[in-house]
Design a protein around this ligand. Structure first.
Ligand SMILES: [Zn+2]
Length: 213
């Protein structure tokens, strides 16, 4: 999969906004402080969430997105690439109302009980076990069995885990065929420097400006 161009990212943002099942509106309350965020279902206008932040003196676009996540909703991810959005929020004329297209959190990250984003699809034709080497800020793990491994391992021969008693047990044996990260700060160049022997897995979340080779 190639990296989307800016134009493609904008088109994806527009399409995602048009298809979003929910809509969030942020409005200031009377007085110098306080904002309210209301989430409604587009289909019937029913109010699903009504949040009150009495200490906010100004609109906080990123914080508003985080508060929605805590309540099971997410601002349309492609909208973050829209040139007229701030963290996915559109400012309405007059600057006193902010709106965003919203999806359920599960739409993007799966049920909250799952600790990691979706497991990658593995090609079924191969007999050999292969896996992505996932590097995060604190640990490195195997994309096949999700258990810890060494950052320089070529195969998942042994579990390396700081959290549980599986440390030192045999791993699933998969051969690492690519390196990836869910951390936004760990870009392709960073990962490539850590593991120059492996191709870098395409990242689903990308910061704007990474579209040029
Ligand atoms: Zn493994």
């Amino acid at each position: 999969m190639k990296t989307p161009t800016t134009e493609e990212s904008v088109q994806a943002a527009l399409a995602a906004e048009a298809a979003a099942p929910f809509r969030a509106v942020g409005t200031p309350k009377d007085g110098p402080y306080g904002w309210r965020i209301v989430v409604t279902r587009v289909e019937d206008g029913e109010t699903l969430l009504d949040l009150d932040y009495p200490e906010w003196s100004d609109w906080r676009a990123s914080s508003a997105g985080h508060r929605l996540i805590e309540h099971g909703y997410m601002v349309s991810q492609p909208s973050h690439f829209h040139p007229e959005r701030v963290a996915g929020w559109a400012v309405e004329p007059g600057g006193e109302m902010f709106t965003a297209a919203v999806y359920s959190r599960d739409h993007y990250v799966g049920p909250a009980s799952e600790p990691e984003p979706k497991q990658e699809e593995e090609p079924e034709v191969q007999e050999e076990l292969t896996a992505t080497l996932w590097i995060s800020g604190y640990s490195t793990s195997c994309g096949r069995c999700r258990k810890g491994t060494k950052m320089d391992a070529t195969h998942h021969t042994v579990v390396l885990s700081l959290q549980d008693d599986e440390n030192g047990r045999p791993g699933c044996g998969a051969r690492f065929v690519e390196v990836g990260s869910h951390k936004l700060g760990m870009g392709p160049e960073f990962l490539q420097a850590l593991r120059p022997d492996l191709p870098v897995k395409e990242q689903r979340l990308r910061t704007p400006g990474h579209t040029k080779d």
